[in-house]
Design a protein around this ligand. Structure first.
Ligand code: NDP
Length: 451
């Protein structure tokens, strides 16, 4: 049987674009359909614009600290439209890069929505049908609003980059990555930020000690965080949005931002009819090789809701190409993935939290918390934390958790050691780089806790 293409990719985000161009580079005939902007969540409305906003938000405290270091400096105002214009131009540039990469690899791009019509063909929005030996679904996910009265008045993360002006006050709902990152960003940009989280502590699932320190610092930086609190309903008034909360309070905000999780983009793709299995959250169920219940159909990235991070989607794409186009069956390795939460202070983490490790067996915990030199000199009381969770039997470092400025940069490197299976003694054999914050990771002498 002959097909129009060897591979048809649905979705032009980090995973889909990588799979398409690498497969094309191996000589496969590849097409890709994307109905929005090329680059997907990460490039257009996620990691990249978010990180640029993190940078923008960090200049106010930097300017204050500069004065403490002897500079004659005063902080002016932040001009959102000026930043937004530059941000928009940068995203256009990156989208162009993505399109250029696809073009150079010989991938045929259809700028329209595609749905599945049978195990070997897709239907484009203009009605044409394209057949392919393999179909890869990489349609990502989207933010969801909770089912509360007036939820439509709130915004979600997709909207934040396009606001015509920054609000004076905002309520952020949620306690996960997006909620905490944007609470810090907007606070840094001068917005009055209130955060409601329904649970007992933000950043559920991460190391408890790290969560506690981040929350304390966020509060010290001026964010009003309310635990055990959720939205009952929102009403639009002449002056803003009146929010009724489960803590019995009613408060008005200029804006409400729902950072209450994301949902895989599987609606209306025609998956059910083909027998592609979906999980309870609407995610595509795949095996270790990203293959669905229909052998010709694969799925990668957030649409599979495994580990929803850009570099993981890219690895899933590479493993898919190796398996299908290079004849090397390559399972995706989801173990010991380092990651960072770009809060202020930043959080870098890899491996097991103290709580997870303790549940698995005897451990030793090595940890230190201190005022780092740079901000301490400037008169700040900020604290950082370095922590190693060690298996008491094998001495392997099971988890490393860093709360500190640039913790994302640090955990990338510590992640190599942890992934290699390094022991605590391997860390100890490494000479300190002085004076740095991360030198504490190789000078931790006695366990803070044995459990
Ligand atoms: P998360 O799952 O991290 O957080 C969702 C938050 O919303 C949780 O605190 C959750 O509470 C709360 N929530 C869920 N439903 C409701 C509801 N109905 N009412 C009130 N609160 C609710 O999702 P995010 O959207 O923040 O991020 C999605 C994913 O994107 C992340 O898991 C991560 O994989 C990725 N991401 C990674 C980043 C990075 O690497 N730096 C940055 C941003 C996103 P509860 O804890 O009680 O369930």
């Amino acid at each position: 049987m002959t097909f129009d293409y060897d591979l048809f990719v649905i979705g032009g985000g980090s995973g889909g674009v990588r799979a398409a161009r690498v497969a094309a580079g191996l000589g496969a005939k590849v097409a890709l359909a994307e109905d929005s902007r090329m680059g997907g969540t990460c490039v257009i409305r996620g990691c990249v614009p978010k990180k640029l906003m993190v940078f923008a938000s960090e200049y106010a405290p930097m300017a204050e600290d500069a004065a403490a270091y002897g500079w004659d400096i005063s902080l002016g105002a932040f001009h959102w439209p000026n930043f937004q214009r530059k941000l928009s131009a940068e995203l256009d540039r990156l989208e162009g890069v993505y399109n250029g990469l696809l073009d150079k690899s010989g991938v045929t791009v259809f700028a329209q929505r595609a749905t599945l019509s049978d195990p070997h063909s897709v239907r484009l929005a203009d009605g044409t049908i394209k057949s392919a030996k393999h179909i890869l679904i990489a349609t990502g996910g989207r933010p969801v609003r909770p089912d509360v009265k007036g939820a439509e008045y709130g915004i979600v993360s997709d909207d934040i980059f396009n606001l015509p002006q920054l609000p004076k006050s905002i309520l952020i709902v949620g306690g996960g990555y997006i909620a905490c990152e944007f609470a810090c960003i907007l606070n840094g940009l001068g917005v009055e930020v209130t955060q409601y989280y329904r649970g007992a502590q933000i950043l559920r699932g991460f190391d408890d000690e790290a969560r506690g320190l981040i929350c304390d610092q966020m509060r010290a930086n001026g964010i009003s965080i309310h635990m055990g609190t959720d939205v009952i309903g929102i009403e639009k008034t002449d002056t803003g949005l009146r929010v009724e909360a489960t803590n019995g309070e009613t408060q008005s905000f200029d804006q409400v931002f729902f950072a209450t999780g994301r949902r895989p983009n599987t609606d209306g793709l025609g998956l059910d009819a083909l027998g592609v299995e979906l999980g309870r959250g609407g995610e595509i169920v795949v095996d270790h090789f990203s293959q669905t219940a229909v052998p010709s159909i694969y799925a990668i990235g957030d649409v599979t809701n495994r580990v929803n991070l850009t570099p993981v989607a890219i690895r899933e794409a590479m493993a898919f190409v190796a398996t299908v186009f290079e004849g090397k069956k390559t399972p995706v390795d989801h173990d010991l993935i380092p990651s960072a939460v770009f809060t202020q202070p930043e959080f870098g983490t890899v491996g097991l939290s103290e709580e997870e490790a303790r549940a698995a067996g005897p451990i030793e915990v090595y940890a230190t918390s201190f005022k780092p030199m740079q901000s301490s000199f400037a008169g700040r009381s900020d604290r950082v934390m370095m922590k190693l969770v060690v298996c008491a039997e094998t001495r392997r470092v099971l988890g490393c958790h860093i709360v500190a400025p640039q913790a994302g940069e640090m955990i990338q490197l510590a992640g190599i050691a942890v992934k290699m299976g390094s022991t605590k003694e391997d860390f100890d054999r490494v000479c300190a780089v002085h004076p740095t914050m991360s030198e504490e990771l190789v000078t931790l002498k006695t366990p803070a806790r044995v459990a």
